[in-house]
Design a protein around this ligand. Structure first.
Ligand code: FAD
Length: 454
């Protein structure tokens, strides 16, 4: 054992996974966890790796589901979180659900009993000294003093306390017989925005649906930090006046409906590119607290989105996350201070499994760095690589928002070879398309694993 210990701040899913990957490489770690001396508003126990809400790690289907694929990739890498989840699995159909107490205790005991692990129960309130290798994995509920210290060091706009997520649609589910590409006043590239028109009746029916739709309430503790004027939920804007949206994010100015150039739409919904591959489009200004079922029902009344498939539905939650595309390098290190690596949900991924994956990658990257070995990030055709790519190069660094893993983050599968008669094959759809993503991912992930020397 020749290395100084790596300090890991936060003993959640990401911190525990990062610690495991480091001790596997013979590198000692000190996990600093503030509970129980200081609690978050969502955790209920003092156990490491507590699941704060659902006991499900979502779909375990590695053939047709992106999160199931991520499970498989983590299993291949001896992930402490996935191995413990498998051991404490409870029946849940196709999902990987766990006995939450057994799961968290298993992880805590394995780390506690490891000779290279020290667990220190304390809140860290400042950034570490420059010469200390540190992983920050304090999650969506990072304590305020540390959050402020990160903000002071990285800049005012670099850390958010709330996410404000507009629904994200798979571009190939938009009906272009009604929608069209155009930027307002033809500024920028004409493909920057996709537009969907509404006439007066459609618009007022839409406003009514927004006002009447069922909403998710904020938790009591979330109300302490209310949302800001700049990212008001769409239904709150609708409640302020029935024309507010028509003068706000749905204003029809500077655009001409290319399908009916002589008819001026009363309102227009715009969809902006959400990933570099341009497979996903977010509905501009549509952050919302509407329930998920209501979002699908109401947003599918928008002309052109009747058959929209959603990669992510909108939401607003208390969620500390940094502006990773600006702040981090491809190994999740803070560019301004590379001795600090970020892991877990604070990087801008979302969900138990994604946070675990970001913890795994942080642990692997730091282990390689301390052992003078090189490690390349996994290719973006794999679940972990696609997630990492979202974190470090989100399309729009000004409006970077957290994301679950989904196939929209992967490059589209290659076109099928031409048929024997020389004609093009039809594009893969539905389950066949999902299978094409996962088959390619398995090959690429195995190859990546084989090449890494650490
Ligand atoms: C209310 C709520 C409900 C959620 N429900 C779900 C769900 O159902 N399914 C899902 O997939 N995801 C859910 N999430 C997201 C989920 O929390 C994260 O995806 C996951 O737990 C993040 O893992 P993490 O390791 O990054 O952070 P966490 O698991 O939150 O771990 C961070 C740890 O850091 C500690 N900490 C914070 N600040 C400090 C400090 N300054 N010093 C020392 N320790 C500190 C905390 O006590 C905590 O133990 C939910 C999040 C919230 C807030």
């Amino acid at each position: 054992m020749k290395n100084k210990p790596v300090h890991i701040i936060g003993g959640g899913l990401a911190g525990c996974e990062a610690a495991w990957q480091l001790v596997k490489a013979d590198i000692p770690v000190i996990i600093h966890e503030m509970r129980p001396s200081k609690n978050t508003d969502a955790h209920k126990t003092d156990c490491l790796a507590e699941l704060v809400c659902s006991n499900s790690l979502r779909s375990d289907d590695a053939e047709y589901n992106a999160v199931g694929l991520m499970h498989e990739e983590l299993r291949k890498c001896d992930s402490l979180i996935l191995v413990s989840a498998d051991k404490h699995r409870v029946p849940a159909g196709g999902a990987l659900a766990v006995d939450r107490e057994g799961f968290a205790l298993e992880i805590q005991e394995r780390l506690k009993n490891h000779p290279l692990v020290t667990i220190s129960r304390e809140e860290i309130t400042k950034l570490p000294p420059e010469d200390q290798t540190t992983i920050i994995a304090t999650g969506p509920l990072t304590s305020e003093p540390l959050a402020n210290a990160i903000k002071d060091f990285t800049g005012e706009d670099s850390l958010s306390f709330f996410d404000a997520i507009a629904p994200i649609v798979y571009k190939d589910s938009i009906d272009f017989s009604k929608a069209w590409y155009q930027s307002r006043y033809d500024k920028g590239d004409s493909t920057d925005y996709i537009n969907c028109p509404m006439n007066k009746e459609q618009y007022y029916a839409f406003i009514e649906a927004l006002i009447e739709g069922e909403k998710i309430e904020f938790h009591e503790w979330e109300k302490k930090t209310q949302y800001f004027e700049g990212c008001l939920p769409i239904e709150v804007m609708a409640e302020r006046g029935k024309d507010t949206l028509a003068f706000g994010p749905m204003k029809p100015v500077g655009l001409t409906n290319q399908h009916e150039p002589t008819i001026k739409p009363f309102a227009i919904i715009q969809l902006r590119q959400d990933n570099a591959l341009d497979t996903l489009r977010n509905i501009v200004g549509f952050q919302t607290k509407l329930k998920h079922g209501e979002q699908k029902r109401i947003f599918r009344t928008i002309p052109g989105l009747e058959k929209a498939e959603f990669a992510k539905l909108g939401g607003i939650h208390r969620n500390s996350f940094i502006n990773s595309p600006v702040l981090l390098d491809e190994h999740l290190r803070l560019k301004a201070r590379p001795s600090i690596t970020f892991a877990g949900q604070i990087t801008g991924c979302e969900g138990y499994v994604e946070s675990t994956a970001a913890g795994f990658l942080a642990g692997k990257f730091v282990a390689a760095q301390l052992s003078d070995k090189s490690i390349s990030p996994p290719p973006n055709t794999t679940a972990m690589g696609a997630m990492l790519n979202h974190i470090i190069s989100g399309i729009d660094e000004k409006s970077f928002q957290p994301m679950n893993i989904n196939f929209g983050l992967f490059p589209p599968p290659p076109p099928l070879p031409k048929r024997e008669d020389g004609k093009k094959q039809r594009k893969l759809k539905g389950r066949d398309r999902k299978k094409a993503y996962t088959e390619r991912a398995v090959i690429d992930f195995n190859e990546w694993l084989g090449i890494q020397k650490c």
